[in-house]
Design a protein around this ligand. Structure first.
Ligand SMILES: *Cc1c(COP(=O)(O)O)cnc(C)c1O
Length: 390
């Protein structure tokens, strides 16, 4: 029985994308693997309604798209990508043309920046970076060749919140599309499309899947013309997502709101404890009272994930490495949003060209997992005991 999902977001996430199970009896949809998709009669093969080939997706992908449509405050079009990075790059590629100009936040995820500089550059496009605090000032940077403004907020590694409604309004007034990387808030705590943004994207690799075992991306929009351009670009590139990966992503999505609540609580507990530790210069967490982005976060977000930064008091890199090596419960690896906590030294990967970054000490990024907060704090306390500035 296919039920129409109703109710609050958590309820709709649990009940949408459920109608494709083959027998109609299992809770979850089947993993429909297929390259060849058979038509039932010859005249059907070229019909517009026919999903002609596996690359365009199967019923498993349709179930995931339907359920993702409940995130982000609701999107009329959801496009799947095989990675979060491709969810970031497809919208830009869809509007790129020789001579086009792009405005991108200086705090953008590193590989998105690399795509803009290298691949968009090769297509004859130029990318200019803007300070995350630019707000309505973006109007002065828009040109007649500008095709998109790309925002990521909070910024990668440094967690500044941008005035998204002001940026989106200025871009819209000039007829320029806005794209927003919403991975940090997972589409649960922040709805860019409700703030005037045209396209929201996420690495579902992170919080949506939640298991650190599958890569994926999703693109959300309410602009059907733009959606068609992005789908055409995906089709031309041969973008496809494995049905098994779509299934795993959908399974993670069901429990996303409950996990986000715990990631938020644990992240805040760790951030507050770290903020008062003598080895810590400051904590970069927009949901912390007194953070430089706290007011904008309160205005535009309804919650926080478990990812934040810690600036330690100045000390050589080997002292920072010693703290990270002493941690027992925090893994050292890229990505975030999984059930296990992570901690990494960020200084080597920070890239800024439009702004000067002066943090005052080494930067460590914490991804608060689902372990007991008291255990994580005890682990941090033991590891920080030997830090020279402590
Ligand atoms: C991880 C991440 C991406 C890229 O996602 P992948 O699935 O690893 O390609 C993009 N943007 C942000 C903000 C991310 O954290």
């Amino acid at each position: 029985m296919a039920r129409r999902p109703t109710g609050r977001p958590e309820t709709r996430l649990a009940h949408s994308g459920r109608s494709s199970s083959s027998s109609g009896r299992s809770v979850n949809p089947v993993v429909e693997r297929g390259s060849t998709m058979l038509a039932s009669q010859a005249s059907e093969l070229y019909a517009p309604s026919m999903q002609p080939y596996g690359r365009h997706g199967t019923s498993t992908h349709a179930a995931l798209r339907e359920a993702l449509g409940q995130l982000e405050g609701g999107a009329s079009d959801v496009i799947l990508a095989p990675s979060g990075l491709m969810a970031c790059t497809l919208p830009l590629l869809a509007v790129a043309e020789p001579g086009a100009h792009f405005l991108v936040s200086d705090t953008v995820y590193g590989p998105t920046r690399r795509f803009c500089d290298r691949t968009l550059g090769k297509l004859g496009c130029t990318t200019e970076y803007f300070a995350p605090e630019i707000g309505a000032g973006i109007a002065g940077r828009l040109r007649k060749e500008t095709r998109a403004v790309f925002i990521e907020s909070p910024g990668s590694l440094t967690f500044e919140i941008s005035d998204t409604p002001a940026i989106a309004a200025a871009a819209r007034a000039a007829g320029v599309a806005t794209v927003f990387d919403n991975t940090w808030a997972a589409g649960v705590w922040h709805h860019p499309l409700d703030l005037g943004v045209d396209v929201s994207v996420q690495a579902t690799t992170k919080y949506v899947s939640g298991g650190s075992d599958v890569l994926g991306g999703a693109i959300f929009t309410r602009d059907s013309a733009l959606a068609q351009r992005m789908r055409d670009t995906a089709m031309d590139l041969g973008v496809s997502v494995s049905p098994d990966d779509a299934y795993l992503t959908l399974r993670g999505l069901r429990t996303l709101p409950a996990r986000m609540a715990q990631h938020q609580a644990t992240g805040l507990a760790l951030a507050r404890w770290l903020a008062s530790h003598p080895a810590v210069l400051r904590v970069l967490h927009p949901a912390l009272e007194g953070d430089r982005s706290h007011e904008l976060w309160k205005r535009d977000f309804s919650g926080a994930s478990g990812l934040f930064g810690v600036v330690l008091k100045p000390a050589p890199a080997h002292a920072v490495h010693a703290v990270l090596d002493a941690l027992e419960l925090f893994g050292m690896g890229f990505s975030y949003g999984g059930f296990e906590s992570l901690a990494i030294h960020c200084d080597p990967q920070i890239k800024r060209t439009a702004t000067k970054l002066a943090l005052g000490g080494p930067l460590v990024r914490i991804s608060a997992g689902l372990e007991a907060p008291a255990d994580l704090i005890a682990d941090l306390e033991a590891a920080l005991a030997g830090y020279p500035a402590g």
